[in-house]
Design a protein around this ligand. Structure first.
Ligand SMILES: [Zn+2]
Length: 239
């Protein structure tokens, strides 16, 4: 499959949808187009029903396309599946963009609210939740203390910076691609115009040559006629 996303990234997005279990199918789809669902089942050593379920999930996300052919002997249709690179790319981009939004909300919340946890850190609660549980951990019953947000904020911030950088790069790749496509179109347009012009010149040339030929033939006919008339006149004189 020809795309700029690395196979790691493709895996990441497809596994987000199918779960780790789907990895063998993802790997098969990534390196070969138009694979029949039976081949996919054989190669992944999974039940055909499982494979079909996963393929339909991916299909519902527009991440795969299929063609089908009728089996002449058995009379049923066999489906052949292919990843759709553009959709995979778009999904990846969207996943990262959503994650970025989520992290930004998270960091806001961390800055705005107080959080509480027990010494085991069974779970983290905001002030309202901690109050509902009378400042006791609902898991272990221990009294909870205010939990430091600094580490989490620092960590989240780092993730946000990395994500923003990645999204920026993806946007640049997209932009570059669009630019290239635009230039290609322009070149094609110029070439087309050039071809039309050449065709016209050729047609004119041909028309001229036909005209010349006709002229030549006509002049020869004329010459013959004149010479015949001369002959006739001289014969008449002799008489
Ligand atoms: Zn606890």
């Amino acid at each position: 499959m020809n795309m700029r996303l690395t196979s790691k990234k493709i895996e990441q997005i497809l596994i987000t949808i199918l779960g780790e279990e789907g990895l063998p199918l993802v790997k098969e789809l990534m390196f070969k187009d138009n694979t029949s669902e039976f081949d996919l089942a054989t190669k992944t050593r999974k039940d055909i029903k499982v494979i079909r379920k996963w393929l339909y999930i991916l299909y519902n996300h527009n991440l795969v396309s299929f063609t089908r052919k009728k089996d002449k002997i058995k009379g049923w249709y066999i489906y052949y599946w292919t990843l759709v690179p553009e959709s995979v790319k778009f999904s990846y981009f969207k996943m990262k963009r959503d994650l970025l939004e989520k992290l930004k909300l998270q960091i806001d919340e961390e800055k705005r609210e107080l959080f509480f946890a027990c010494s085991q850190r069974c779970l983290r609660m905001n002030f309202d939740n901690a109050m509902d549980f009378e400042f006791r951990c609902p898991e272990c019953g221990e009294l909870v203390n205010q939990d430091n947000s600094e580490e989490i904020i620092k960590d989240t911030h780092k993730q946000i910076v990395e994500l923003e950088q990645e999204l920026k790069e993806l946007r640049e790749v997209k932009k570059e691609k669009r630019q290239k496509l635009k230039e290609k179109k322009k070149v094609r347009k110029v070439e087309k115009r050039k071809k039309i012009k050449e065709k016209k010149v050729k047609e004119k040339k041909e028309a001229r040559s036909v005209k010349n030929r006709v002229k030549k033939v006509l002049s020869e006919i004329l010459k013959k006629k004149i010479s015949k008339r001369k002959e006739f006149k001289s014969k008449k004189k002799k008489k």
